[in-house]
Design a binder for this molecule. Sequence first.
Ligand code: PLP
Ligand code: COI
Length: 339
Amino acid sequence: MNTLNWSELSFGYLPTDYNIRCYFRNGQWGNLEVSTSENITMHMAATCLHYGQEAFEGLKAFRGPDGKIRVFRMDENAARLKRSAEEIMMEPFPVELFTEAVKKVVKLNERFVPPYESGASLYIRPLLIGVGAKVGVQPSDEYLFVLFVSPVGPYFKTGFKPSKVIVMRDFDRAAPHGTGTIKVGGNYAASLKSGQLAHDKGYSMVVYLDAKEKKYIDECGAANFFMIKGNTYVTPESTSILPSITNKSLMQLAKDMGMTVERRPVPLDEIPEFDEIGACGTAAVISPIGWIDDPEKGVNYVISKDGEPGPVSSKLYHELRAIQYGEMADPHGWTTVID
Ligand code: PLP
Ligand code: COI
């Protein structure tokens, strides 16, 4: 080390020096433990293995032009993990321990935070799992929090370029009153088959519609949707969308730019009225959507006429990245410098 070719990194797992673990046993959380092992050992009857007691998060650390490392909105990820845990009857991981663990794991793996010029970052993956042995369907009384990191490049090889997505009515990512609003593994298992089918057909992501009426736009693969109509930023509202921290940040930046922000159900039929459409999430920040195909209805929507990202999406993308990398002031105090 460091022999990594930073600018060639993809969005994948690479081993680093250390990870962190913390156990909940006998009714309390223990100390943060530093580990060099990439493995975890658990009981074969652990509830995470059988009954899906598993929640995770995803956030990033960025090295700035000043050499400083900044973590983006870790308090929001801590709060979302807490909510995910509560919804599936897991012991929530305390927010203060979460932020302490994030600072620690980034510091310990400092040499894996990609250089500023590479445009890469350090992905941070927190995991909370039920590890107590049960056979009856019930919550565990023992939990393990794990935190590992991996240097990552862009989520899409094409970078910040419009991609083509497909509407699939035969698959639901989450039910209207199921687990869509929390970040639990089962939602991702439910999206694997449709995701693969879409990729096989040459699409980057699946457009999931609301599970009941198949009328409204829900999520775009593992990302939120946003749309631009004139001076308005629109994002779908439903009971099965994961509240994206990137989307929350983009809504704020849009307001700062003087735009109106609307959160409401967005019918698929409204697509032709939007000037720009994008997917947003930690991994890609914004992935512009150029084309939406709906083969079942025989409709092909063209959003990007020239194959380029729209001006508002570009502005939002560059502004959010500039805050994350510490290239510009952070007016909302979203970043935490690791020292
Ligand atoms: N929606 C889903 C289903 C996701 O998995 C993610 C990724 O975390 C997002 C949206 C985007 O959320 P965030 O911006 O917090 O990463
Ligand atoms: C995102 O960060 O946008 C994601 O969807 C993360 C994914 C790897 C689960």
